[in-house]
Ligand binder design. Structure first.
Ligand SMILES: N[C@@H](Cc1c[nH]c[nH+]1)C(=O)O
Length: 404
């Protein structure tokens, strides 16, 4: 019998890990530079935490049952867990809280009716306790900074506003709203043409489908929809945000007021970070503002605003593969320490340890009993190890450079 990983699960071998770490280290440096602190929440959550507010579909979650008959699930994302942790465990801390994470998530993917369980890696941030223009701008500029730090240039941001989109949908009869929402989310014009809508509503749905493009055009089109005062204010806020982002230099934005996310806790800004170098656009990350999510976990129901995003490590990896930046090999050891005979074993361990204690990272491995010098040298060449230290029983070394 050959043991395989579970369907949809994947092992990461040392080179995969080195490449993943390269991406994560770059992102972590950016998060630190913006004053964000890492939070680690549990992989396992109670289903009622994950499902609070029904923002997450139950079929997305891989569920487990524990002995107390508590329904548990593997987190499909981290924002809900962080919201829970912050209101229950960090209630006395001052706002804003700037948090980041780098973690695995599990999502049940339904493909061709087979259910494939999948594990993904995400790195993301949540900025909690402040709303408004500056907080929104910080999170978007931080996302942009992450991409620049990874050396990615060919990306853009698709920016929507869940509050406006939702209130524009309110004009549709309740029994058709979900269908209109899903048709707009999937840019499905045929459904819009065939649903039993009045001419006026059908026209409205068509305009909503077209609320995508450069910001000036979209803002102009949305004004033709007879906005109420609240919607108008949201549009004005969006306009100020776009102006602020664009005033600092190139910040590629497409406004899309038909942008609807599958996760439904968003109350304001929503966005996707899309890469355009692949033949087909690839979503590298997504996020948005969720000003009612923390209230669901708060003992007194107090609302605390929040905004954040995640970047999908696998998607970043796919895009970075073509840029030649990722490490192509696991790092070679700097030294091979070889005891010349059994009496030198202890001295060889001691010498290797001294080398390891150098203030710079020095990688040192010990030869574990090869029989002849030629094999040892060949091993060092094969592994790109630069130096061999031959250790005698009295501890004295002979250093040999290995020609590669
Ligand atoms: N947790 C969301 C992304 C997000 C982070 N913060 C806000 N939104 C996701 O996995 O899609």
């Amino acid at each position: 019998m050959v043991y395989q990983p579970a369907a949809g699960a994947r092992d990461l071998l040392p080179l995969d890990v080195a490449q993943k770490r390269w991406i994560e280290d770059k992102l972590q440096q950016v998060f630190h530079r913006w004053g964000y602190h890492r939070i680690i929440t549990s992989t396992l959550e109670r289903m009622d935490t994950l499902m609070a507010g029904e923002a997450i579909q139950r079929q997305m979650v891989i569920q487990l049952q524990n002995s107390e008959d508590e329904e548990l699930g593997l987190r499909p994302e981290l924002t809900a867990s962080i919201a829970r942790a912050v209101v229950t465990r960090m209630a006395n801390l001052r706002h804003p809280q700037r948090l980041y994470y780098n973690a695995n998530v599990f999502r049940r993917i339904w493909e061709n009716r087979h259910n494939r369980q999948q594990e993904f890696y995400q790195a993301g941030v949540e900025l909690l306790g402040v709303g408004g223009l500056l907080a929104n701008a910080e999170v978007l500029l931080l996302a942009g900074n992450c991409l620049t730090a990874l050396g990615l240039q060919d990306w853009h941001l698709i920016l929507g506003e869940a509050g406006i989109t939702r209130s524009l949908l309110d004009a549709f009869p309740i029994n058709l709203r979900a269908k209109v929402r899903s048709a707009i989310a999937h840019l499905d014009r045929i459904t819009i043409d065939t649903l039993p809508l009045t001419d006026e509503l059908r026209e409205r749905a068509r305009i909503m489908l077209d609320l995508r493009g450069n910001s000036a055009d979209v803002l102009q089109k949305v004004s033709s929809l007879n906005l109420d005062a609240e919607q108008q204010e949201a549009v004005n806020n969006l306009k100020s945000l776009v102006e602020l982002l664009e005033s600092g230099g190139k910040f590629p934005i497409i406004l899309d007021l038909s942008l609807i996310q599958t996760i439904d806790y968003y109350t304001g800004l929503v966005f996707e970070i899309v890469n355009n170098t692949d033949s087909q656009a690839r979503v590298l990350g997504r996020g948005g503002r969720y000003d009612q999510l923390l209230g669901l976990y708060h003992p007194q129901g107090e609302n605390i605003p929040g905004i954040g995003f995640v970047l999908n490590i696998e998607d970043l990896y796919q895009v970075l593969l073509s840029t030649q930046q990722l490490p192509q090999e696991t790092p070679a050891s700097d030294w091979l320490v070889v005891p010349e005979n059994p009496a030198a074993h202890s001295a060889a361990f001691a010498y290797a340890q001294k080398l390891r204690e150098s203030p710079d990272l020095v990688r040192v491995e010990l030869d574990l009993g090869s029989t002849d010098r030629a094999t040892i040298k060949q091993y060092a060449r094969d592994r790109s190890i630069a130096q061999i230290a031959w250790i005698k029983a009295d501890g004295s070394p002979i250093i040999e450079k290995v020609s590669q």
